[in-house]
Design a protein around this ligand. Sequence first.
Ligand SMILES: C=C1C[C@]23C[C@@]1(O)CC[C@H]2[C@@]12CC[C@H](O)[C@@](C)(C(=O)O1)[C@H]2[C@@H]3C(=O)O
Ligand SMILES: O=C(O)CCC(=O)C(=O)O
Ligand SMILES: [Fe+2]
Length: 742
Amino acid sequence: MVVLLQPATFDSDVYVNPKCKPSPVLIPVVDLTEPDAKTQIVKACEEFGFFKIVSHGVLPDLMTQLEQEANNFFALPHSLKEKAGPTDPFGYGSKQIGSKGDMGWIEYILLNANNHLESTKTAAVFQQTPTIFREAVEEYMEEMKGISSKVLDMVAEELKIEPKEKLSNLVRVKESDSCLRMNHYPDKEESPAKEEIGFGEHTDPQLISVLRSNDTEGLQICVKDGTWVAVPPDHSSFFVIVGDTLQVLTNGRFKSVKHRVLTNTKKSRLSMIYFAGPPLTEKIAPLSCLVPKQEDWLYKEFTWSQYKSSAYKTKLGDYRLEPSDPMTDNITIAAQLALLMEQFTKRFNGFGERFDKVEKQIGALQETSATTAAATESNTAVLQSLTSVSGTNQKGKLASGPPVKFTEEQLLDVELLSGTQKIREAIGGAGEGTSPCRWWWCLERKTNWSTKHQQGFPPNDFRVQDDPTWKTTSDRDLNHEKRLIPAAKMDFPSYDGTTNAIEWLQKCEDYFTDQGVISDEARVRQATFVLTGKAYHWNNNLRRLVTQQLSWREFKQTCKSRYGKADSVNPMGELSNLRHTRTVDDYCRQFEECLGRQTKLTVDQQSWLFCAGLTDSLSKEVEYLRLAKIFKAMEYARDNECQIDNDKRTRTFGGHLAPARRSIGVLQPQQEEAKQATPRKYWKKLTVEEMAEPKAKGLCFNCDELFTRDHACNPMLFHIMPVRDGDNQEDEPYDEENWKDE
Ligand SMILES: C=C1C[C@]23C[C@@]1(O)CC[C@H]2[C@@]12CC[C@H](O)[C@@](C)(C(=O)O1)[C@H]2[C@@H]3C(=O)O
Ligand SMILES: O=C(O)CCC(=O)C(=O)O
Ligand SMILES: [Fe+2]
C-alpha cells in the first residue's frame, strides 16, 4: 500500500527543504507486501520517477554491516584510500565526480558488479578487512539485484509487459551491467552558512537505482514544476530512482528523476546506491508492447553500451534525454546537413554545381548557428569525407562526370545522417539491415565534434525528435524542409540593468519562443550571457551567492525583483491610476508598458482607461470619438496634443489665437517633438451637435460612410476636431507654419 504522508514536518517522511520553495509535494511510500504495490509503483514512476519502499525484506544487519565497513574505509588516511583510485570510473574518488570536471563535497567508492570485484583497485578498497568487506558487498549487491528485479517485475505486471520477466531479466542476468556506489559526504567542523553541493543535479543513466542512506539528510529530487523537494533520510528503507533507460523503455511514460545531494551538516552522510543496468549489448528502445508503432517512438534504439559510454562523456547536469537548445544543438545542424546531403545525392549528375550550392548553403547555415565555428568545420569535414573516395576529395573529378562510389561505411553514414532510405535508393542501393538513424554516432566518428568542439556535449539525439508533431517519416521530412528555410535571425537583446528588466525579460521570452529555446538551462545561460554593466556584476554576485542552477523562472523573478518594476498586485488599479501629466507620447509609453503586464482587458476597457488618464480636454475629445482601437485613440491624442493645448490656451486667454510662448519665437522641446512627429493635418471642425447626427446614424464624421471598427476614410480628407460653443470656429485649416510665424 502506498502511504502518502502529511506535509511539511521535519519528522514526517517527506518535507520541504526550507530553502526550496514551499511545495505540497508528497513522495509516495510503497509497502512491497501490499497487493496494490505494483499500481502504486507505476503511479509513482509516472508522477515522480521516485518512491520509497518499506517492507522490503532486506535484513537490517546486512545494511549496517556494509555501512560500517564503508565508514571504516572512509576513515582511513588519504594515502591509503588513494590506493583504490583514481576512478576509471571505478575505484575510490574524492571531490571529483566523473571525468568532466564536476566537483562535490564528497568521497566515494564505485564498484562494478560484474568484474567479480577482482581488480587491483577493488582489492585496495577491501584492504583492511578483505573478506568481511568483500562478502558484505557481494551479499548486499545480491539483495539489491533482488529488489530491483522485484520492482521491475511489478512494473511489468502493471503495464502488462510481455514476457513478464522482460524488464527484470535485464538486471537479473549475469551479464547485467550494474554497479554499487558508496558515497561519503564528510561532516564539517564549522557548519557553513551556505549549502554545499555534495552531488550535483543529474539523472542516473541505468534502469533503476536503489538507494539507502544513514540518517543524515541531503538528498533532494526535482519534481515536475521544477521545485526541489528534500527527501527525509530513513536508514531502514530504500529509495528507488527511475533512470534514463527505463524512461526510454517506457517511451517517456516514466521519467528519470533529477536529483542531487546538498550538504551543510555537522553530521556526515553515507549513502549506498545500487545502479541496476542492463547487459552492455542489450538494445534499448521503447518496448513494442507499450508502443507498437515505431513512428510513435520518442527515442531511437541504442545499445546500453553505446548509451553508457556517451553518458559518461557528459557532465553530470547534462540531460541526455531532454530536448536541448536548438541554438547550440548539433542535431539541428545535423538535420539540416542531412537534408542538404539528401538533395545533393539525389541530383547526382550535376555534381560540381550541386556541390557549390551545398557548400553555400552550409555557409549560410554557419552564420545562423550559434556553434558556427564547430559546425562549419565539422559540416565541411563530413561533407568532404562523404564525397570522397578512399579519402581523396573528388570534387574536381566528379564535376566532369564519373559516378561516385561510396564505401559501405560512407553509405551507412549518409543514411544515418539523413535518417532515410532515400539516399540509398537514389544512389543505387546497397546492403540491408542498417540500424535506424542516429546522427550523433556518425558525426562523432566523422568529425570528433564532441572532443574537439563540444567537450561534454550530450549525445541527446537518442531522442527521435524534439518536435512531437514529427510523427511520420513524411512529417519529419517536411519539417526538415522547413528547418532548411533560414529562420529570420532575431538578435538576442542585451541588458545593462539601467532600464526596467520586465521589458527585457519579455524580449528574451519572445526570442526563446521564436528560436525554440526550450531548456531552462539554455534560457538562463543565454540570458546571463548578454548581461553587461551593472547587470553583469549583479549576476556575478548572484552566482556567488546561489550555487545551485537557477531555473528560468527563478532567474526571471530574481532579475525582476532587482531591476523590474514590481508586478502590480492590482493590475487594473495600476492602469487606472496612470495619468497623462507630461507629453501624450510619454503617457502612451507608460500606458503601453503597463498594458503589457495585463492580459485580460478588452479592447474597450483599454480605450476607456486610456481616455480616463488623459488630461481633461483631450480625454473628452478622444472619449467622444469612441475610437475603436486603443492605438487609434493614442494616435488621435498624439496628433491633437498641440492643438488641444493651443485650444485650451485660446480658451484660457479669452479667445485670442496666440500661443502662450509665441513671444519668444521658439517652441518648447516637448512641443517641438510633438510638432516634428505630427504631419501637417487639416482639421474639419464639428460642433458636438454637428457630430450627433452622423453618430446616431452610425456614420463616419468625416466621409459619411457607415462607421465600423475597421473603417478608414480613403483618402483621408480631414481629421475631425470636435469644438464646443464659444470655441473659435473659423474654417481655416490649421497651419502650423502660420502659427509659428505669427
Ligand atoms: C559526470 C558523470 C559521473 C557519472 C558519469 C558522468 O559522466 C554522467 C553520469 C554520472 C553517473 C550518475 C549516476 C551514477 O552515480 C554513475 C556511476 C553513473 O552511472 O552515471 C555516475 C557516473 C560516475 O560517477 O562516473
Ligand atoms: O548520495 C546520494 O544520496 C545520492 C547520490 C547519487 O545520486 C548518485 O550517486 O548517483
Ligand atoms: Fe544519482
